[in-house]
Design a protein around this ligand. Structure first.
Ligand code: FES
Ligand code: FE
Length: 456
């Protein structure tokens, strides 16, 4: 039998580690873990590609990633959104060499095979001389195995056997709707995504956004002190409290909301609040938006969001925004962050402009929050990649609020799906994330014979 790799040994112990609220440090920076997760996690999960509003016109396209593989996210002439591997069918050269644009065709720079923006092959040089019998229909660009959308959010998967997006998002759809289905028109992406590199593992961003509420007071303390962010909600309409929701089919969210009967609406203005009340949300969802100060969460594996309000300048009023980000793997201990700002489509152009500026000042590469986080996550990756982590079997602690460790009890009368914890003092969302990761890392390959079947 093949020699067991280090990652096999690590994963063999990890189930027991997770039961104790522990995660091996090496998962945050190890080449064999990284290799395995590209295949098992990014090769098989639904991955966020982009928002439909980024492709307003036929021919609009952006290059996006699934794991480390580039895809062209494009709206074809018929208006259909496609996710096509950015690779020529002739001999694999990259066909689309710029990040974004509008085109009716993609022409390969190598031997000029030419594809329509729906992926079909329509031009091959010297066809009459050398390729008379080439079946053009067989040689179109390769689409992702499945592509689907949820309220404008487009996801794709490389796995033809993956469950539907509807089932994959599962119970978490209820919480996503509160972010992206506030108004009848839904959300719209403002401007271009920002992208930047961090020397940290993609999982540090993903786990943090499930509800690492306790880092805010330390990592972002200076922002709270100067009043750039008013997370407590104090001084407005009462004091906010924390809620964590996990057990949502592998996804998790944390919220800060005001007491029942109070209103904050993430600081959205009156004219939009009225539209939220006429939108698609049910009363329980609307109530969490009405009381909403912050909602942040992660769709496994690497798409996170934060719905929040911040100030561009201490003199200016706080502006609400939805930031969507993906934590792209870029080698062990490295990631590229992609970050989009969204606002309700119905908002005025002036309001969208002020929203964008507030988001840039907080959650962007130049934003105050983002720089704080990059530094602490870098420390995690350094430890994960250390010799000590391997030789001394270092485990990280995710025990906060575990049964027997904290005193929180789940809410008995929670109106939404999943398990809700009425406290910020817990890491239930982070444990959900790592449990989901572990299950994905150890899932049998699709179609692979089980050991039992092998004996036949
Ligand atoms: Fe694209 Fe040859 S590799 S045309
Ligand atoms: Fe943070």
């Amino acid at each position: 039998t093949a020699e067991r790799s280090r990652v096999d040994v690590l994963l063999e112990q990890m189930g027991a580690d997770l039961d104790r609220g522990l995660v091996p440090a090496e998962v945050f920076n190890d080449p064999s873990v990284y290799e395995r997760e590209l295949r098992q996690v990014f090769g098989r999960c639904w991955v966020y590609i982009g928002h439909e509003s980024e492709l307003p016109d036929p021919g609009d396209y952006h290059v996006r990633m699934i794991g480390e593989d580039p895809f062209v996210f494009v709206r074809d002439e018929a208006g259909v959104i496609r996710v096509l591997l950015n690779s020529c069918r002739h001999r694999g050269s990259v066909i689309c060499r710029v990040d974004s644009g509008n085109t009716s065709h993609f022409r390969c720079p190598y031997h000029a095979w030419t594809y329509k923006n729906d992926g079909s092959l329509i031009g091959v040089p010297a066809r009459q001389n050398g390729y008379r019998a080439l079946d053009m229909e067989e040689w179109g660009l390769i689409p992702a195995a499945q592509v689907d959308s949820f309220h404008g959010l487009v996801f794709a998967t490389l796995d033809p056997h993956a469950p539907s997006l509807h089932d994959y998002l599962g119970k978490f759809r209820w919480y996503l709707e509160m972010q992206v289905a506030l108004t009848k028109g839904g959300m719209e992406v403002l401007g271009e995504p920002h992208r930047w590199l961090i020397d940290a593992d993609w999982k540090s961003g993903a786990e943090n956004f499930t509800g690492d509420s306790s880092h805010t007071q330390m990592t972002h303390r200076s922002l709270l002190e100067v009043g750039i962010a008013d997370q407590a909600g104090a001084g407005k309409t009462g004091k906010a409290h924390g809620l964590h929701v996990n057990e949502c089919d592998g996804h998790a969210i944390s919220m800060r909301v005001l007491a029942e009967g109070e209103e904050r609406w993430f600081d959205y203005p009156k004219e939009l609040r009225v539209q939220f009340e006429q939108g698609a949300l049910n009363e329980a969802q609307l109530d969490l938006v009405r009381r909403g100060v912050v909602h942040d969460g992660t769709v496994f594996p690497n798409m996170s969001f934060i719905h929040f309000s911040a100030r561009e300048d201490i003199e200016l009023p706080a502006r609400p925004f939805l930031s969507i980000r993906t934590w792209q793997p870029r080698g062990p201990g490295h990631m590229e962050v992609w970050s989009w700002v969204l606002a309700p489509r119905e908002a005025s152009p002036e309001f969208k402009e002020s929203v964008y500026r507030a988001a840039m000042a907080s959650f962007s590469p130049s934003g105050a929050f983002e720089q704080d986080d990059a530094i602490v996550w870098n420390g995690v990756a350094r430890t994960g990649g250390s010799l000590a982590a391997e030789l001394q079997g270092i485990r990280f602690n995710y025990q906060m609020g575990m049964p027997g460790m904290g005193d929180a009890e789940p809410l008995a009368d929670w109106p939404g799906p999943g398990t809700a914890w009425p406290s910020n003092s817990g890491e239930s969302g982070l444990r959900t994330f790592h449990r989901r990761w572990f299950e994905q890392m150890t899932a049998p390959a699709p179609g692979a014979a089980s050991p039992v079947e092998d004996k036949e």
